[in-house]
Design a protein around this ligand. Structure first.
Ligand SMILES: NC(=O)c1ccc[n+]([C@@H]2O[C@H](COP(=O)([O-])OP(=O)(O)OC[C@H]3O[C@@H](n4cnc5c(N)ncnc54)[C@H](O)[C@@H]3O)[C@@H](O)[C@H]2O)c1
Ligand SMILES: O=C(O)[C@H](O)COP(=O)(O)O
Length: 468
């Protein structure tokens, strides 16, 4: 039976590996990527029942933005060094911290631009503990062999429920009445207050959240129409409308659920407010850049739009307690002065259920990637997996080779690994980047080092890891 002690590499093996890499320091820094370092070391784990390819305590994880305890626990239980911070970091501090880490976990606030990622010499994987991945330069990450994972739908229901609440609160001006009561004013009005029964909800972006919202809204007596760039199956009695103008002119409530893309930036602006019904409402819980805020302010002041709910903003404060500030956003003060405008601090996905599920989902994806190289669910790399390699036979190794997707690479890689018995192999490509995973047997430590050096020397190489 394997004891806990057995699943750690012996100190003398670690020392030997450190020596090996310190005598050939460039081996892990070949062009085109400057990535590769501690994790490209090949550290043996004799007798381990499951693939744990290196000293897990060497793995440094930085978690920002208050990632849920469930995720922190999973990563800590792996033995990784986990640093946890409640808020995001200013770019200069982020750059200092990211230099060192192999894994970073973020939410929607932390911008992992090419400028930041360029400094992340050890980084192999990013976990977005949220749905959106617009805050990460996905192409730069892929080109440098950094996998990115997210949680595609664990908070969808939470967002949909929040929007349902907002529809009723807007229709009844409930936010204003509550504010007035908090200020000591009794103001009993029915003017401009409506039931939602029989009204039309227009959903822009009929994906995970839009579809959930559609089902909930119909059950409360709303008619649902939606606009999406993709032709989609309508749920229940919902109906897809092809033209944005026709869609906007029919909806009493318009709710945005599109990702942040170049095409969705400012997609609701002055022209679209003009096309909306007089007295209609706008809800945005997608991304702050989707709605042109000065145009919204004008439309609300003119009475065209009777109310709005914003959960997201083009610039959001770094952490709790920070001022929602009008210096950063010239329109901040104007927004706060508007009537029947619900402002919430990006809480669409902030429920216990969603955060707990996201913590588990993303932390497990990160662990599988670090320990086994599995990219299932990655948003920027090809999805590749092989069934788990057991370490019962000590002469087995898993080769992970991320490379440029150009002709002739597989032939060269197979020439290198083909002297050994290739038990299984899978390769796939996505755009310019390809990912190869192969389990080989009848290979000893010296041969593994040779394999590693040969693979690293191929000009197509982005990142090599050999797990054994
Ligand atoms: N407020 C929050 O806390 C919160 C929580 C979760 C997600 N979000 C945001 O909501 C967005 C949507 O989430 P989702 O899970 O429903 O995404 P999704 O990918 O499942 O659905 C997005 C839909 O938008 C459509 N779309 C894309 N571009 C479009 C365009 N130009 N016009 C019309 N439709 C377009 C897509 O075809 C897709 O059907 C996320 O990308 C994220 O930014 C916010
Ligand atoms: O993309 C998302 O899932 C939402 O915007 C929620 O982001 P958050 O985890 O930063 O609240």
């Amino acid at each position: 039976m394997t004891s806990a002690q057995d699943i750690r590499p012996r100190q003398d093996e670690l020392a030997a590996q450190a020596q090996y890499f310190s005598t050939s320091p460039n081996a892990s820094f070949h062009s085109p990527s400057s990535h590769g370092s501690a994790l490209t070391r090949t550290i043996p784990l004799p007798n381990a029942k499951h693939l744990k390819p290196f000293a897990t305590e060497d793995i440094k994880v930085l978690l920002l933005e208050n990632v849920n305890q469930t995720g922190r626990d999973i990563l800590s239980q792996q033995g990784y060094q986990v640093e946890f911070l409640k808020s995001s970091l200013p770019e200069d501090q982020l750059i200092e911290k990211i230099r060192d880490v192999h894994v970073i976990g973020i939410r929607s606030k932390t911008k992992l631009s090419a400028r930041v990622l360029k400094e992340a010499k050890n980084l192999i994987v990013i976990g977005c503990f949220c749905i959106g991945t617009n805050q990460v330069d996905l192409q730069y990450a892929a080109d440098h062999g950094i996998a990115v994972f997210n949680s595609p739908f664990s908070n969808s229901r939470s967002v949909a429920e929040l929007v349902i609440a907002e529809i009723i609160v807007l229709a009844r001006q409930l936010g204003d009445r509550s504010n007035e009561m908090h200020a000591g004013t009794w103001n009993k009005v029915s003017n401009g207050c409506w039931e939602i029964r029989g009204k039309t909800l227009g959903i822009i972006g009929y994906g995970h959240i839009g579809a959930q919202l559609s089902v909930l809204a119909e059950s409360m007596g709303l008619s649902v129409i939606f606009y999406d760039v993709v032709n989609l199956m309508a749920l229940g009695s919902a109906r897809q409308v092809d033209s944005m103008e026709a869609f906007l002119s029919e909806a009493d409530f318009v709710s945005c659920h599109v990702p942040e893309l170049p095409e969705t930036k400012g997609m609701i602006g002055a022209k679209q407010f003009e096309q909306m019904k007089k007295g209609s409402y706008l809800i945005n819980a997608s991304r702050g850049t989707v709605v042109d805020i000065p145009a919204l302010i004008d439309a609300m002041r003119s009475g065209k739009i009777a109310g709005a709910a914003l959960d997201v903003y083009p610039n959001e404060p770094a952490g709790n307690g920070d001022y929602f500030n009008s210096e950063l956003n010239s329109w901040g003060a104007d927004l706060r002065s508007l009537k029947n405008l619900i402002l919430s601090p990006h809480i669409g996905g902030s429920t216990e259920e969603a955060q707990s599920a996201i913590g588990v989902e993303v932390a497990q994806a990160l662990t599988r990637y670090v320990n086994e190289g599995t990219t299932l669910g990655a948003v920027n790399l090809p999805e590749v997996a092989l069934r788990s390699l057991t370490m019962d036979e000590p002469d087995h190794a898993r080769v992970i080779y991320i490379h440029q997707n150009i002709p002739g690479v597989l032939r060269k890689v197979n020439e290198i690994i083909g002297d050994h018995n290739v038990d299984k192999q899978m390769t796939d490509s996505r755009g310019d980047v390809a990912y190869l995973m192969a389990d080989i047997s009848n290979v000893n430590t010296t041969q593994i080092k040779d394999l590693y050096t040969s693979l690293e020397s191929l000009p197509s190489r982005i990142q090599t890891r050999i797990l054994y």
